[in-house]
Design a protein around this ligand. Structure first.
Ligand SMILES: CC(=O)[C@@H](O)[C@H](O)COP(=O)(O)O
Ligand SMILES: NCC(=O)COP(=O)(O)O
Length: 250
């Protein structure tokens, strides 16, 4: 029987809605508690440098209150590093960030940034954080992640999800194969393999069939679904989709 996939729920976009009116509601920390009650294995939150959704005070509360692991997504900057070292979340996921982007557009450029990343990874590990690198599913960044001492990689699923959503069948098939190959390669190197960005019920179900993945981090789709069916129901359906996909693992 294949290992059960973990589901990390990203709550960034509860904070996006809150910030639209500048008040305190809806509270992303309340959403995190509800997500855990509904079966999330962990919570992901991305403290962007421009604080467009999650804010420092949210991170402080999440780190103090959660009963399941917190995955702190952050740019590899001194400011974020200092905060992560203070809050000591279960996990720190280093992601690329461009101020003008609408959302994360690709994986971290690990091959070009070894000198900056190596000391930051070492410091996060010393603070007790499980470090992951959000990267493209290609051999060069995966090998570099292993060389840099990151125990976890999160493979960027955005290109595949876009191709699926746009009905680009050939591209979607190629991107899926790229993810499957990347996951197998990372697992062979001894890395723990996660996936995330743009996943929905169907893509999560399909990707769950790749046995090398142990965790998916999913946010935007689930928060959108919550508008229609509620957060608990959306998480329940996602859990079911992932379990179905994992059951199909050969
Ligand atoms: C790194 C990643 O793919 C996402 O988790 C990230 O948090 C996306 O950023 P937004 O939530 O701001 O779209
Ligand atoms: N790291 C990916 C993540 O946390 C969620 O991404 P998305 O589902 O909001 O695109």
């Amino acid at each position: 029987m294949a290992e059960r996939l973990r589901l990390g729920v990203n709550i960034d976009h509860v904070a996006t809605v809150r910030n639209a009116r500048g008040g305190a509601l809806p509270d992303p920390v309340r959403a995190a508690h509800r997500a855990i009650a509904a079966g999330a294995d962990g919570i992901t939150a991305h403290l962007r440098e421009d604080r467009r959704h999650i804010r420092d005070a949210d991170m402080v509360r999440l780190a103090a209150e959660l009963t399941k692991p917190l995955n702190f997504e952050m740019a590899a900057t001194d400011e974020m590093l200092a905060l992560a070292k203070r809050l000591k979340p279960h996990a720190a996921c280093l992601v690329p960030e461009k101020r003008e982007e609408r959302t994360t557009e690709g994986g971290l450029d690990v091959v070009g940034q070894e000198a900056q990343l190596a000391p930051r990874i070492a410091q996060l590990r010393s603070a007790g954080c499980r470090v992951s690198l959000f990267i493209e599913p290609d051999e060069a960044p995966i090998a570099m992640a292993a060389k840099l001492g990151a125990p976890v990689v999160e493979l960027h699923t955005g290109s595949w999800c876009h191709a699926v959503a746009d009905g680009e069948t050939a591209k979607a098939a190629a991107e899926f194969q790229r993810l499957a190959n990347g996951a197998a390669y990372a697992a062979k190197l001894g890395l723990e393999v996660h996936a995330g960005h743009g996943l929905d019920y169907d893509t999560a179900r399909q990707l769950a069939g790749v046995s090398a993945f142990v965790e998916f981090n999913i946010g935007h789709f689930l928060i959108g679904e919550a508008i229609f069916i509620g957060l608990e129901a959306a998480i329940g359906r996602m859990r079911q989709a992932m379990d179905e996909g994992r059951g199909a693992t050969r």
